[in-house]
Design a binder for this molecule. Structure first.
Ligand code: NOJ
Ligand code: CA
Length: 663
């Protein structure tokens, strides 16, 4: 029997080698299929269908290097197939286990130049992916990637422009043909009411992809190595050795809950490369942070200096009292006067590192370090070992990194942070940090692509217009809608360090700017926005203005057994239910845009043998983000899996619920 299978495969391969015919591969459930072909010019093409209906029609593929046009003049030499079904356990995540079930087809092409190009397709029940690789070792410079997505019917696309500084923009929805060049990922509302998410996975030594419209086709624009200022936009990728690009990924699902539940991106990344992961643990923390953004404190030393020994002691005590794992301190080290010459191992004179690290340790609260590089990636990289040795010596095992550059969009004043050099830098940081058992929370990052499966010490990233904008943005703060877009767009790419939890909305120093949200919406964010490093961002004294509501933040975990999108529409509202990892406790969070809505939450996910106590934190009937943002009620009730919660969310509002089994 075994022999016969092998024989059949060989026959297939030989047949395929001699025929210009199509090659197809379908998902394990048979519903999602990819068809590969070469056209008359020997140009590779692929098409995608779902449930027998075309999603992508014949779409170009391939690469252009300085010397070779690898978009045509190919012949098929061979092909192989593989079936894969494995369930793996996450170190941290939105759920404990993830199933990776797919069919794989590798098409082996030979170019007229002699270059061998392999295209590896993987087809899952909820989407498709492919990557280019080569068995040949070569030195070449890629100047363009031809990968295109020709949609059978023109969809609507949620995106941000590709030049958005650090991805900190407001997402908009447009017909595909109307978009300009945009960042990856994009979230797509298909013409038939289904959904798609287009991104990449396993970006390790290549530039981030961007996408641009050409009719109803999306085409790839690779981030150039250099910025325009360096007047060299041609080179995109320097390949030294074997080519192995990131995966091109298209998730396709009938509903939004299915889209959000897709784990293809993580499955396409390599398994965990860190043997002992005991030291990697999700953390909820507070920080000496919001004060600098609302300008009541400064990063640099002076009369309003935030990161002083006394202040940090106060924050550490508060964290200890309220059950937080850690405290972040920004502005503790020299260099904030000009944001250029940062010194990561020398504190300001009013910060006693030895004392604070001993004190933090004695009360069981960790310190989250902060390395703002001002975009000087090269000099940071040079000193990584000594910087991390210093932090580890002081018991600091989480570092928030930052790359706010004087010349916007660039690293070292020349290179794009999402170009190949930036991608390499960020990976070097993660790998080096792992040696010192340091977790990384990367601000001004390259967009996540699931690398945290391989390096789970990359615990969170920014790459979002986060809460800080509500402190100082000249446009007055993000509109209510913004937070209802992010779970379906940016956060699909990975954990987000948005920093929820503002409890005091008046901003005396910048009165024209404020958080467009009710207090309950801020609570809902802790469940809707996934981050295993979750910072409750406001000042301790502001939390004490609403200690009853603060209780939810004290209780909510940031690592999960299971996660379910209960209901939502992109840009309108979002309701998540998540089960705390290793517990029977559930947490539900809801957020809405500037429209009031009724949230309907069937509790069917609860254990049907149990009775639960619900603590519900909801907007009061008169609540509204503008006029009555603090108005809320807290209710207790008993429920079973047969019940449904009905909760009214105010304009700009939301809710949170903690659901504990009754002992
Ligand atoms: C921008 C980061 O996003 C923010 O969190 C940080 O406080 C500042 N840079 C200073 O590094
Ligand atoms: Ca930022």
């Amino acid at each position: 029997m075994m022999k016969r299978v092998v024989y059949l495969c060989l026959v297939c391969s030989v047949l395929l080698a001699c025929s210009p015919d199509e090659l197809s591969v379908c998902s394990p459930d048979g519903n999602t299929c990819v068809t590969f072909s070469l056209n008359d010019d020997g140009a590779p093409r692929y098409a995608v269908s779902k449930n027998g209906k075309a999603v992508l029609i014949s779409s170009p593929m391939g690469l252009k290097t300085e010397r070779m046009d690898l978009t045509r003049d190919f012949t098929i030499m061979n092909s192989t197939r593989a079936t894969h079904d494995e369930t793996w356990e996450t170190v941290w995540g939105e759920e404990r286990t993830i199933r990776d079930q797919h069919e794989e087809l590798t098409v082996m092409l030979r170019h007229t130049s002699g270059y061998k190009l392999h295209i590896v397709f993987r087809v899952f029940d909820d989407g498709i992916a492919f990557r280019y690789s080569s068995p040949d070792r070569s030195e070449m410079t890629i100047v363009d990637e031809a990968t295109s997505y020709c949609f059978a019917e023109e969809p609507h696309v949620w995106s941000i422009p590709w030049r958005t500084e650090y991805y900190e923009g407001l997402w908009t929805k447009q017909l595909l043909s109307q978009i300009d060049t945009v960042c990856s990922p994009v979230t797509i509302e298909m013409a038939d009411g289904s959904y798609a998410f287009l991104h990449e996975a396993a970006l390790t030594d290549y530039p981030a992809q961007n996408l641009f419209a050409d009719g109803s086709t999306l085409r790839t624009y690779l981030t150039p190595w250099k910025d325009e200022e360096a007047k060299d936009m041609e080179a995109k990728v320097y390949v030294r050795g074997r080519l192995n690009t990131p995966w091109r990924l298209l998730v396709l699902t009938p509903t939004l809950p299915d889209l959000v539940a897709s784990r293809i991106m993580l499955n396409l990344n390599e398994p965990c490369a860190i043997e002992d992961t005991e030291w990697i643990r999700p953390m909820k923390f507070i920080g000496i942070w919001w004060g600098m953004h609302i300008k009541t404190m400064t990063w640099e030393a002076g009369p309003k200096h935030g990161a002083t020994t006394a202040n940090m002691e106060r924050y550490l005590r508060f964290a200890n009292k309220h059950g937080f794992d850690a405290v972040l301190a920004e502005g503790w080290n020299l260099g904030w006067e000009d944001w250029k010459s940062f010194d990561f191992t020398t504190p300001y004179p009013d910060w006693d590192m030895d004392h604070l690290s001993r004190f933090a340790d004695s009360i069981g609260v960790a310190i989250v370090g902060h390395n703002e590089t001002g975009g000087n990636a090269a000099s940071y990289e040079q000193d990584l070992d000594s910087i991390y040795r210093y932090h580890a010596k002081h018991g600091i095992h989480v570092i928030k990194t930052g790359y706010v550059a004087p010349i916007i969009r660039t690293m070292d004043g020349l290179q794009w942070n999402k170009g190949q050099s930036g991608v390499r830098h960020y990976r070097k940081v993660i790998e080096t940090a792992a040696k010192y058992h340091i977790m990384i929370d990367n601000h001004e990052p390259v967009m996540p692509t699931g690398l945290s499966r391989t390096y789970p010490n990359l615990v969170s990233q920014e790459g979002v217009r986060g809460q800080e904008w509500n402190a100082w943005s000249t446009d007055g703060g993000s509109p209510c809608e913004h937070v209802t877009v992010l779970p379906y767009t940016r956060i699909m790419a990975g954990p987000v360090d948005y920093t929820p939890g503002v409890f005091h909305f008046e901003n005396p120093i910048i009165p024209t700017t404020r958080v467009h949200s009710t207090l309950m919406n801020q609570l809902g964010l802790f469940v809707c926005f996934y981050s295993p490093l979750q910072m409750a961002c406001d000042l301790p004294e502001h939390y004490m203005e609403h200690p009853d509501a603060f209780r939810f933040i004290e209780h909510v975990p940031c690592d999960w057994e299971r996660s379910i999108l209960v209901d939502g529409t992109i840009g309108d509202f979002c309701i998540f239910a998540r089960q705390g990892r290793g517990t029977d406790d559930w947490y539900v969070g809801g957020i809405t845009d500037d429209e009031a809505r009724e949230a309907v939450v069937p509790l069917g996910m609860l254990d049907s043998d149990k009775t639960y106590r619900v603590t519900l934190y909801e907007d009061a009937p008169n609540a509204d983000w503008f006029a009555h943002p603090y108005a809320h009620n807290i209710k207790e009730m008993t429920v079973t899996a047969a019940d449904t919660l009905h909760v009214r969310m105010a304009p700009g509002g939301g809710f949170a619920a903690e659901i504990n089994p009754v002992q």
